[in-house]
Ligand binder design. Sequence first.
Ligand code: URA
Length: 429
Amino acid sequence: MTPAALISKKRDGAELSAEEIGSLVDGYVDGSVAECQMSAWAMAVFLQGMTTAETAALTDAMLRSGETFQWEPQTDRPPTGDKHSSGGVGDKVSIPLAPALACCGLWVPMISGRGLGATGGTLDKLESIPGFNVDFDIAETQRLARELGCVICSASPKLVPADRKLYALRDVTGTVPSIPLITASIMSKKLAEGLDALVLDVKCGSGAFMKTREAAHALAVSLVETGKRMGVKTAALVTDMNQPLGRLAGNAVEIDESVACIEGAGPADLRDLTVALGGELLALAGLAKDDAEGRTKLTATLDDGTAREKLAEMVHAQGGDLDAPRPRAAASEVAAERAGVVTAVDTEALGWAVIELGGGRKQLGDELDHSVGLEMLVRIGDQVDAGQPLVTLFANSAGREAAQRLVAAAVTIGDDAAPEPPLVIERID
Ligand code: URA
């Protein structure tokens, strides 16, 4: 069939075969399917959805568009595993988790992303460590995973080129929030790592792409089904993103909080989620008999200093120095206008505030100010007095006023008691 016929078939709600999906993806990568045709097809998928078989076929076609990691036979090496988050504000879990997992015997070749929309990116945070390098080819990434047990880096241009192209197209055609397209985008990149086990953190709430439990559940099911269909032991936790994870959001400030977590300190929610995701992954990879034993093993590495040592080793191997001073901009406070209870936080707006300060990109290619960010001083359910500081902003002059306005409007203070939302909402396997 021609691209036009395949677009019409999807537009009319029919199921495409794996060959048909493969021909579209291959044609898009080699230039024989035009940008306008692929964007029409992406919109047809956005509106009509995809079956599980179609989603798996799209994931597979995207995965095959580039090179993949080739590991030695499973019997001759430790298991490989990774964690992927659908993105949130203050989500720094990868930074303490990868070294902690390596200390438990897993090889973690973690490919991470940059900020997307209002959410922060692990690579941007790590680059606030002086000298830290995220660009390695596939062979070098595998070497680091073998030698150290963990590496956190960007996707090499040879890995899943179809996603690179399709993601940029979706970004400008209103087709990002489609469950099958998100699934294929995330899973093709994760499966290209040649993983034995994968745990997904699907964020849900005001700071996530999935605002409702229903949408987050549907994405988690789609990701887990696709992973399993493609032979990877996969599970997902749906977790709360109705307020930032931890207290700090930005770049260097999130490294500071990650270091606190890996030293066995820091906010309880960050530690609990790191341990919960790590426990799942160790059990999936066969390094713990169940998630409870996985959590115990992972906790021990945070508390006995071994994960801290491994993080410093990984940072050093990637060209950085964890002990070099990190920048932090001047602090100012946003205070409560009235007394009451914190009933809601517009977490996405807090993410936009960090971007206003220069901690994220407004345009492709913007330089980041690693020293800016914010600290949440209150949580949902807290009682506050009028004039009490709610949020500390770390700002240079650029964007300070815009960020202040966003932050002041983002914290809702009401009269009724508000329960703190549960951190882990649901587990899917
Ligand atoms: N993250 C990705 O890698 N792809 C998406 O489509 C959405 C989030």
